[in-house]
Ligand binder design. Sequence first.
Ligand code: SF4
Length: 348
Amino acid sequence: MESAKQIIESYVGRKLRIMEVCGTHTHEIFRLGIRRILPPQIELISGPGCPVCVTPAGYIDEAVMLALEHGAVICTFGDLIRVPGSEMSLAGARSKGAAVKTVYSPLDAVDFARENPDKQVVFLAVGFETTVPAACLAVKKAAAEGLANFSILGANKTMPNAYKALKGSADAFLYPGHVNAITGTAVCEDLVKLGVSGVVAGFTADEILTALAVIVKLSASGEPFFRNCYPRVVRPEGSPAALKLMDTVMEPCDAEWRGLGVIPMSGLKLRPAFAAHDARLKFSLPPVAGRSNPACRCGEVLQGKCKSTDCKLFGTACTPLHPVGACMVSNEGACSAYYQYGDILNEQ
Ligand code: SF4
């Protein structure tokens, strides 16, 4: 029987464009050297599954405003600190005296708020279905404890409507297994009815190769398809407990994605019952229209319209040490993956 690797290597069919929705897949595919075995007919393109990358510049501006103008302590995962806003990043705000604290969990921010009742603490809630439950848990805990000094600045997003918005940009999606572990597989099965193909993939070399081989095999029929190639983690029903928690604390809303614009009902915001923990409401933040560097092509990279290396700033004006766009900052960003792992053998 042919191995997954052999199926991929021997592919000679029509051109196949496969979108790695998730930045972790992009990095793992590079790191594992999988690009080296791909025949020219298989092209891997990046997608919008890096939460830091799809967060628009205006969100960073809001966080900077909270820190510098309202004196809030910003608690965030490390990646966001160096993402450029319209005028400055949070690292820049920190150099002007802003309090910006790295945390490893939203619950760390709740603990900090409890220990510092004289400070307003804002957690930057950025992420997809994978990390939303933790943010919801933090809000629920703060509400239960009556921590009036804890709030979140929300930019949480959900994938289903983004997949629909990206319809036609690739022949098949490599769905992010950790997201499907929460959501289940019904959303992907529904996408088949809209003509969208894809497989759920895990993150080891064997799991990624298997997923790519399944795409190669199923694409031959020309019919839309879906398979769960990560069954050891992804159940059809997902995680009912996590879904229930999310539904208790948050509700769908329109959301702005860097490069994709506003996608209706692709975000999550706090339900009215938790409004006291919504930083935008608490600090009466005005609407902010952020500006990105016009030479940065993150928006196109995130839609698979160009590669990171097509950007004229790549590796020159824009490097991980001096990032111009979010895709070069994040550990899941496509530009950072190309910078770290891209070489003549890995490139296609
Ligand atoms: S290389 Fe830098 S400037 Fe170019 S698209 Fe990527 S992040 Fe933006």
